[in-house]
Design a protein around this ligand. Structure first.
Ligand code: PRP
Length: 199
């Protein structure tokens, strides 16, 4: 799919590159103030958080460790199985460490709850969760992020790491996908849907 087609699929830009950069810098300052002397481990939840994670790490003005984890709960079906699967674990132990878990979006909160339980069992010094987007009214307070970039409503958001059917991740901004793009069966049926961003 060419770039023009990608843009044609979008309803509107939700947050520009400049707005994202500004907010990421603010979040990095808060985290640097809290953890600057503690050498935290920043954990990227693949794949959606990839750009947010990299920009956040680069904006932190302190020593950090970087690590990556991959989980999924949606498989190839249109609805969550309700079971989060661990695809790739961390490389390093986090016992006694201050962990900052970096997500792109909190929707049902199921992924975050799973990861918090997984990490708690490893006895870290602390776990702080930061998400770029938090969908309002879709999850319990227990599975809300400690820090988040922007609240959103029911829009289907793509770009800056977020996908629909594995497309649109490389858009440099966050945009709302046209409903007909994900309701008409337009996606390549061999690709995974990403319905957790639907309402
Ligand atoms: C998305 C997103 C979060 C999770 C949020 O991941 O990146 O990890 O879903 O949904 P929840 O709050 O309802 O659990 P996805 O499984 O689509 O994988 P991806 O990041 O590789 O796109």
């Amino acid at each position: 799919m060419d770039g023009q087609r990608l843009i044609h699929d979008l309803e509107r830009v939700l947050f520009t590159q400049e707005q994202i950069a500004h907010r990421v810098t603010q979040l990095a300052r808060i985290l640097t103030r809290r953890f600057g002397t503690l050498r935290p481990v920043l954990v990227c939840v693949l794949k959606g958080a990839c750009f947010f994670y990299v920009d956040l790490c680069r904006s932190m003005d302190c020593a950090i460790d970087m690590d990556f984890i991959s989980v999924s709960s949606y498989g190839l079906s249109a609805r969550s199985t309700g079971v989060v699967r661990l695809n790739r674990d961390l490389d390093q132990p986090i016992t006694g460490r201050h962990v900052i878990l970096v997500e792109d979006i909190i929707d049902s909160g199921r992924t975050l709850e799973y990861l918090k339980a997984l990490f708690a069992a490893r006895k870290p010094a602390s776990v702080t969760t930061v998400a770029l987007l938090e969908k309002q009214g879709c999850h319990s307070a227990r599975s809300a992020a400690d820090l988040y970039g922007f609240p959103i409503g029911g829009e289907f958001v793509v770009g800056y790491g977020l996908d629909y059917a594995n497309q649109y991740r490389n858009l440099p901004y966050l945009a709302v996908l046209k409903p007909e793009r994900y309701t008409s069966g337009a996606a390549d049926s061999t690709q995974e849907r990403n319905p957790q961003h639907e309402t």
